[in-house]
Design a protein around this ligand. Structure first.
Ligand code: DGT
Ligand code: CA
Ligand code: ZN
Length: 575
C-alpha cells in the first residue's frame, strides 16, 4: 500500500534523476515536477484517494505527473522512473553531491572517461584525466579532489546524510506502525543519536507477528534489494543505496533492544561494564542477574538505566563522552526539549524570494504551536534574487503590525535575516537596521575564503548592534558542501562579548551550528537559539531536529533563549 510519503519520495527520485537526464536543474520537465511535488505536498487531503482526473485538476499537476502518481498508487512503482534508475545507478548519482560536479559534468565524465562511481572518479583524478575534459582544468580537478576528501564520501566508509536517512526511515516506520500486530517502532542507531551522517538505518519493532513485519519491509516500494530476510530480521537496500536493518522483538524486550541498537557501541560497552560491576549482565534482551538469570529490567530503557543506578540518558548524549558519569552523579544538564520551545526566530514568508507560504499563513501556523513570540526574518536586500528592498521591508512591517492585532498571545517581531558579505558588511544602512526588532545574520556566499578572513567577517557582523544572533554558522550542507573554515574560539569569544546568540538551524541539510560547536558554546556560556528557518508552513516541524542537535551538544534549556517566557525574552531583546 502506497502512502503520501512514498509518493513524495517517488517525486524526489524523479526530480533528482531527471536533472541528470536533462543535464539541468532548470529544464522545463524538472520545473514541472518540482511544482507538482509542492502541489502534492501541500494538498490538504489524502492524495492517494484522488483519481487521475482529480489529480490533473490540481494546480501545477500536469497529466504526465498525475499518471505517474496513479501508476505508483496502483502498482507500487513507476516504469519510467525504474528506467531512469537503471540508467543512473545510486553510486553514479551520488557523485552529483560533490560541489563543482553538475549534471553536465557528470555525464561528460561518464561519456569521456567511463566514470561510474567514486572509485573510478578518484582514479581519473589520480591519473590527471579530469583536467582534460572541456571546461575543466587543473584547478577544478584539484577542487573536486579536495571536496571528495572533505565530504568523507569515499569507499566502504561511505555515509549518508542524516536527513536523507531519516526521510527513508520515517517512510518505512509509517508503514510499519499501520500494521495491527505492531505495538511500537523506534528508529535506533546513529540516526536516533542525531549523528550528522550514518552508515545505515536501524529500526526496532515490537510485534506479535514478526513475519508480517518482515514481509512489509521486503515488499516496501522503496526496497530495491533484499540482502537478507529471516523470521525476525530483515536487511534491505533502498533505491538510493541506503541499507535498512529491521529487527522485530517481543514488546517486553523492546527497551533492551532499542537501548542496544541505539548505541553508540562505546556507550553500550560502558553500560555493560557498569552492569558487570554490580553482578549483572546486559544484552539486547534485558538486564539480567548473573547468578539467578532473573530478568531485572527489559521493557523500557528507563527501567534499565534506573536499575543500573543512572538517570535516564537521552539518545543524542549516548557517545561515552561523560554522560554515564554525569547520569550516575545526578549532574546531567536539564536538556532542552521540544516542548520548551516558545518561539521561532528565523522565519521567512513568500516576501523572501525563496519563501513559499504567505505571511498570514506562516503566522497562523506559528500561533497554532502556541508560540509566544515570532521573528519574521525575510532576507536582506543584498541576497541576490531573494532579498527584500528597503521599501518592501517598510511595507512588510505594516503588514506585520496589522496581523499582530489578531494574535494578542504572540508577539510578532519585525526582523530580518541580514546577509553577511565577504568583508562582514550587512544589508541596508545602520539607521534602518536599528529599526529592526530582531536580526539574525548569516553567511550565504564566499565559502572558500581562508579561515582568517571568515573569522574577521563573522566578528564584524557579530559586533554590529542590530545583530542578535548568527544563523547557520558555517553555511554547510551536510554531505554536499563543507562549511566555511573559521577560528571557532575567536568567534565564540566575540559572541559572548556582544551577547549574540548562536543559532542551531533545524534544517536537516544544515544542522548548523553542529553539535560539536554547540558543546563548545555551552562550555563558554554563549547563548543559543534553536530555529526552524521555515520557508513554508510544512517546515515548522523541523524544530525537533534542531532540538536533538542541541541536545547532542549538551545544551541546557536555560541557555537557549527561545525557551524563555515572553517577558524574559523581550527584556533580553530590549537591553
Ligand atoms: P553507523 O551505522 O555507523 O552510523 O553507527 P551506528 O551506531 O548506528 O552503528 P551500527 O549500525 O553498526 O550498530 C547499531 C548499534 O548496535 C550500535 O550503535 C551499537 C550496537 N552494536 C552494534 N555492534 C555492536 C557491538 O559489537 N558491540 C556492542 N556493544 N554494540 C554493538
Ligand atoms: Ca546504524
Ligand atoms: Zn539563511
Amino acid at each position: 500500500m502506497v502512502n503520501s510519503r512514498d509518493l513524495l519520495a517517488m517525486m524526489d527520485d524523479l526530480i533528482q534523476l531527471t536533472i541528470i537526464d536533462e543535464e539541468s536543474p532548470q529544464s522545463f520537465k524538472v520545473r514541472a515536477y518540482e511544482k507538482a511535488k509542492i502541489a502534492l505536498e501541500t494538498y490538504p487531503g489524502d492524495i492517494t484517494s484522488l483519481s487521475l482526473s482529480e489529480l490533473s485538476k490540481l494546480n501545477n499537476v500536469g497529466r504526465a505527473t498525475a499518471s505517474k502518481v496513479r501508476e505508483m498508487i496502483q502498482t507500487g512503482t513507476v516504469a519510467s522512473l525504474d528506467e531512469l534508475r537503471l540508467k543512473y545507478p545510486p553510486d553514479f548519482v551520488e557523485l552529483s553531491r560533490i560541489p563543482g560536479v553538475g549534471p553536465k559534468t557528470l555525464k561528460l565524465m561518464r561519456r569521456e572517461l567511463g566514470i561510474e562511481n567514486l572509485d573510478t572518479l578518484k582514479s581519473a583524478i589520480d591519473a590527471q584525466q579530469l583536467r582534460t575534459l572541456p571546461r575543466m582544468g587543473a584547478a577544478s580537478e584539484a577542487k573536486i579532489a579536495k571536496a571528495i576528501d572533505r565530504l568523507g564520501l569515499v569507499g566502504k566508509h561511505h555515509r549518508t546524510p542524516v536527513g536523507e536517512a531519516l526521510t527513508a526511515a520515517h517512510n518505512l516506520v509509517e508503514q510499519l506502525e499501520a500494521i495491527d500486530s505492531v505495538s511500537k517502532v523506534e528508529i535506533c542507531g546513529s540516526i536516533r543519536r542525531m549523528a550528522e551522517t550514518v552508515s545505515d538505518v536501524d529500526i526496532t519493532v515490537a510485534s506479535s507477528d514478526p513475519g508480517e513485519v518482515i514481509s512489509a519491509v521486503v515488499n516496501h516500494p522503496n526496497t530495491a534489494e533484499v540482502i537478507g530476510a529471516g523470521t525476525t530480521k530483515a536487511s534491505i537496500v533502498t533505491h538510493r543505496n541506503l541499507q535498512i536493518d529491521v529487527r522485530v522483538v517481543d514488546s517486553h524486550q523492546f527497551g533492551a533492544a532499542t537501548l542496544y541498537f541505539t548505541g553508540s557501541k562505546a556507550h553500550n560497552v560502558a553500560l555493560r561494564q557498569r552492569a558487570i560491576d554490580s553482578g549483572l549482565h546486559l544484552n539486547e534482551y534485558g538486564l539480567i542477574d548473573a547468578k539467578t538469570s532473573q530478568v531485572i529490567a527489559s521493557e523500557t530503557e528507563h527501567s534499565i538505566y534506573s536499575a543500573l543506578g543512572l538517570d535516564f540518558i537521552e539518545a543524542p548524549l549516548r557517545e561515552a563522552t561523560g554522560e554515564i558519569e554525569a547520569a550516575s552523579g545526578g549532574s546531567l544538564p536539564q536538556l532542552v526539549q521540544l516542548s520548551d520551545i516558545r518561539g521561532d526566530l528565523h522565519y521567512h514568508s513568500d516576501r523572501s524570494g525563496d519563501g513559499r507560504s504567505t505571511l498570514a499563513d506562516m503566522i497562523s501556523h506559528a500561533a497554532s504551536r502556541n508560540y509566544e513570540y515570532l521573528a519574521i526574518t525575510e532576507h536582506g536586500e543584498n541576497l541576490g534574487g531573494t532579498g527584500v528592498s528597503q521599501a518592501d521591508m517598510a511595507d512588510h512591517r505594516l503588514m506585520i503590525d496589522t496581523i499582530q492585532s489578531q494574535y494578542p498571545d504572540m508577539t510578532l517581531l519585525f526582523g530580518c535575516e541580514l546577509n553577511i558579505g565577504p568583508d562582514g558588511e550587512l544589508d541596508y544602512d545602520a539607521e534602518f537596521r536599528s529599526e529592526l526588532d530582531y536580526a539574525v545574520a548569516s553567511v550565504h556566499s564566499h565559502f572558500d575564503l581562508p579561515a582568517q578572513d571568515q573569522t574577521a567577517r563573522l566578528i564584524r557582523a557579530i559586533s554590529d548592534p542590530s545583530v542578535r544572533s548568527i544563523g547557520h554558522l558555517t553555511g554547510r550542507y551536510i554531505g554536499r558542501r563543507p562549511g566555511i573554515d573559521l577560528d571557532i574560539d575567536a568567534v565564540l569569544t566575540a559572541m559572548l562579548e556582544a551577547d549574540v546568540a548562536l543559532e542551531v538551524n533545524s534544517s536537516l541539510s544544515r544542522l548548523d551550528a553542529s553539535s560539536d560547536v554547540v558543546r563548545l558554546a555551552v562550555g563558554r556560556g554563549v547563548k543559543l537559539v534553536i530555529n526552524s528557518d521555515s520557508h513554508h508552513i510544512s517546515h515548522l516541524d523541523r524544530m525537533i531536529h534542531g532540538v536533538r542537535t542541541a541536545q547532542r551538544g549538551w545544551a541546557p534549556r536555560d541557555q537557549v533563549i527561545n525557551t524563555w517566557p515572553r517577558s524574559r525574552f523581550l527584556e533580553w531583546l530590549n537591553t
